[in-house]
Design a protein around this ligand. Structure first.
Ligand code: PLP
Length: 430
């Protein structure tokens, strides 16, 4: 498919609008939609809708298709595996692909210690299992999470997630023994390391804490990069206090930030790592990878999932990991990121209202503020809408909704990236 932006109707076009009518009668309103075009095909960095419009994708299905849409190697791996067998349930009769993915996770995640991995279906399920394992291994109940956190939408994961609207509103009561500490937010000047640690120590008996669950960069929370030393400082505090350090690398993993895992930027070796999004090259698969002694502390049969580590998803994951390696996508994330930051900083200088430009690798964002520095979620929405109307997929983020984030497929052609950024620039100018 030609890697080109092309608009042949208004966005959304008539066919998408007709499907939207059907959608509203079949799907509940609670399932949100960023951009109501219905997809026909997607390849590389382009999404084509049912009206024939081709959009530049700067969202990668929320950091999932790091290797690009429908990468040929991933598609072939899926087809080959599907022709052999689609499902057995690994807990009933195992297969090699599951083991091979766990070997890859052991090799790629930070630290050269002995590791084990559990495969599941989603980021939320990975986080839930990480907490189960941490509780079982430590015999402690409490979990510390942070402001800006997003860890998923199942009950325990949602209890760890910070943002109320839309994620938490009306869905309680939440799981007990979850304590929320300040996250480092340099632009807002809050959540320094000492403040965070003092807050934890004042709020919960440290001897009762099983684990701290933390994103190296707050993803849904607004691509907030903690101040240097904060993430590593939390990891150090955990080690000192016998608290397990669980890195939620669901959004930051698999090359996204210009390293295989964002923990590497702070030389942090987590006790447990949750992965999902980018792992499967577009297929649903997630993992919990951790120190062998912690992972093996759970009794036989205590962990599992009917579909977890599905054979087709495993084949896709192995192919995607191979593509990241062979196509140098970790370095490419840095290159794309440098270009995006450069352009965004230029936009910040030229227009008012961009309070902050931040990010790491191909995970960058702008935070919109009013003249007096208040969060400007309306402006973020308007900018996204203008990009969408002009054929560029961008996403909002932020606990206050005032962040526009860019997280393109790592294979995105530089010409397309620039074109996408031109559209964004025009949208920012208004
Ligand atoms: C998306 C996300 C999750 C949840 O993943 P799902 O697959 O949607 O359950 C958890 N943690 C982080 C950091 C995420 O970005």
């Amino acid at each position: 498919m030609e890697q080109q932006r092309k608009l042949v109707t208004e966005i959304p076009g008539p066919r998408s609008r007709a499907l939207w009518e059907r959608r509203t009668r079949a799907v509940p309103a609670g399932v949100g939609t960023t951009l109501p075009i219905f997809v026909q095909r997607a390849q590389g960095g382009i999404v084509e809708d049912v009206d024939g419009n081709r959009l530049i994708d700067l969202g990668a299905g929320i950091a999932v298709v790091n290797v690009g849409h429908a990468h040929p190697a991933v598609v072939e791996a899926i087809a080959t595996q599907a022709a052999n067998f689609v499902h057995t349930c690994f807990q009933v009769t195992p297969y090699e692909g599951y083991v091979a993915v766990c070997e890859q996770l052991a090799a790629r995640t930070p630290g050269s210690h002995e590791k084990r991995s559990l495969l599941v279906n989603s980021g939320a399920e990975a986080v839930e299992n990480a907490v189960k394992i941490a509780r079982s291994a430590t015999g402690r109940p409490a979990v510390v999470a942070f402001d800006q956190a997003f860890h998923g939408r199942t009950l325990l994961a949602l209890s760890l997630t910070a943002k109320v609207v839309p994620y938490k509103k009306s869905f309680g009561p939440y799981a007990p023994e979850v304590y929320r500490a300040p996250y480092s937010y340099p632009f807002r000047g809050t959540g320094g390391l000492a403040e965070t640690i003092a807050w934890i120590e004042a709020s919960v008996d440290v001897a009762e804490i099983a684990c701290v669950v933390v994103e190296p960069i707050a993803g849904e929370g607004g691509f907030v990069v903690p101040e240097p030393g904060w993430y590593g400082g939390i990891a150090q505090w955990c080690r000192t206090n016998g608290v397990l350090f669980v890195a939620d690398e669901v959004q930051t993993g698999f090359g996204r930030t210009g390293a295989w895992f964002a923990s590497e930027h702070e030389d942090v070796v987590p006790d447990l790592v949750a992965t999902a999004k980018g792992l499967g090259g577009g297929m649903p698969i997630a993992g919990v990878t951790g120190r062998a002694d912690i992972m093996d502390a759970v009794h036989a049969g205590g962990l599992g999932s009917t579909f977890g580590g599905n054979p087709v998803s495993c084949a896709a994951a192995l192919a995607a990991i191979d593509v990241i390696e062979k196509e140098g996508l970790v370095e490419r994330a840095r290159k794309l990121g440098d270009r995006m930051l450069e352009r965004l900083v230029a936009m910040q200088r030229a227009s008012s209202g961009i309070g902050d430009v931040r990010g790491r690798g191909a995970m960058v964002a702008i935070e919109l503020v009013t003249d007096n520095g208040a969060p400007d979620a309306d402006r973020a929405k308007r900018i996204c809408a203008a990009c969408h109307a002009n054929g560029v997929i961008v996403l909002t983020a932020g606990t206050l909704g005032n962040v526009v984030r860019l997280l393109p497929p790592l294979v995105l052609d530089e010409g397309l990236l620039d074109e996408g950024l031109n559209v964004l620039e025009a949208a920012v100018r208004g």
